[in-house]
Design a protein. Structure first.
Length: 358
């Protein structure tokens, strides 16, 4: 396989990686946005700028539920107002991992994975997700077949390498294609953009600094898009907006930055979906011809049925056993003890139909 053989080859990107180590993330992003760095190796112009985001269930064992991958395809252009010509060249993919698609976070601010605004979501198995990651970061360079350099952009991105290694057994840094890691939190610090509760700024507040609002952050595809948009705007801030203003203008020469972002969304929705994965999948019954909201399949959870907990027994027909959260969570204390199955069926509440989820 290509990605395995690439590990045994000499690293042709090591020289470029060394050169970029002395440049900030903003300088590197600017190189592709109309302000090229002088004296760079020609290989830099062949690099791809890729943003990676992951979401995982916030309870143990913290299973990864989504991947978001955004790529900056418009490169080498001098920026227009709000860098619209550059931002509209962003393409975003959103993958939901089928075995974990039913695991939904409910903390304040948690996103809805069914509301991806920059394209079409696809559902993938864990093995497919692994291949998506490898194919994103292991690409042949045109001409000599060596690996294309990748500039990886992320928000607090260092946290994600360990998660990828744990979940998929993939060490992205080992392939040698990543020549620069650009963290938008560090970019914001270097630009003097601070969070409301300390030096580190969250993605929501970073976008708000640029007068941008994206619904359903903490959805991987939306976060990947928002992070790459932020990276471009931080890098170009002093050229796009008045220097020294504490509050940046949302409207410049009659163009609102929010309208620019919504145009990015519209373009993304018009593009073909990724070729990998399936577009339809039901996280309730595992079929691939409908979504959960339209599911009328008969399902049964034996964990809830046999739990000895009345509330869970009532929920037994809302999900399959392999979708039960109590595979991972501790069951509540029992509040009934059926003597046998006949007596269990005779309980006055046993025929209660619960129309919902817990």
């Amino acid at each position: 396989m290509q990605h395995e053989s690439s590990r045994s080859q000499p690293d042709p990107n090591s020289a470029l990686r060394s050169v970029l180590a002395s440049h900030t993330g903003a300088e590197v992003i600017c190189h592709f946005s109309g302000f090229p760095l002088i004296g760079m190796p020609p290989a830099l112009n062949q690099a791809a700028i890729v943003c990676l985001d992951m979401e995982w269930w916030y309870k143990n064992p913290m299973l990864i539920t989504e991947l978001g991958i955004a790529e900056l395809l418009a490169k080498g252009q001098a920026p227009t107002i709000h860098a619209e010509n550059i931002l509209t060249g962003i393409q975003v993919a959103h993958a939901r991992i089928t075995p974990h698609a039913h695991l939904r976070n409910n903390f304040p601010g948690a996103g809805d994975p069914e509301k991806f605004h920059f394209g079409t979501s696809k559902f993938v198995s864990e093995e497919e997700a692994k291949q998506v990651l490898i194919n994103t970061f292991v690409r042949p360079r045109i001409g000599d077949g060596s690996l294309q350099p990748i500039i990886l952009v992320g928000h607090a991105v260092e946290n994600e390498f360990e998660q990828i290694q744990r979940a998929f057994g993939v060490d992205l840094l080992s392939y040698g294609s990543i020549v620069k890691v650009v963290d938008t939190q560090k970019m914001a610090q270097q630009a003097g953009i601070r969070g409301t509760k300390g030096p580190n700024i969250g993605l929501h507040d970073l976008l708000a600094y640029f007068n941008i609002h994206i619904n359903n952050l903490h959805t991987a595809g939306n976060d990947a898009a928002g992070t790459l948009i932020s990276a471009v705007l931080i890098a170009l801030r002093n050229g796009l907006y008045p220097v020294g203003n504490r509050k940046l203008p949302a409207i410049v020469q009659g163009r609102n930055v929010q309208d620019v972002v919504e145009r990015v969304m519209t373009i993304g929705k018009s593009l073909p979906a990724p070729t990998w994965g399936v577009e339809r999948y039901c996280s309730r019954c595992d079929r691939d011809n409908h979504f959960r909201a339209k599911c009328f399949a008969n399902v049964m959870c034996t964990i809830c049925r046999d739990s000895g907990v009345i509330a869970l027994f009532k929920n037994r027909k809302t999900h399959q056993t392999n979708k039960c959260l109590f595979q991972y969570l501790e069951l509540p204390p029992k509040d009934y003890i059926p003597q046998d199955q006949d007596q269990q069926r005779a309980h006055p509440w046993s025929n209660y139909e619960f129309d919902g989820t817990y």
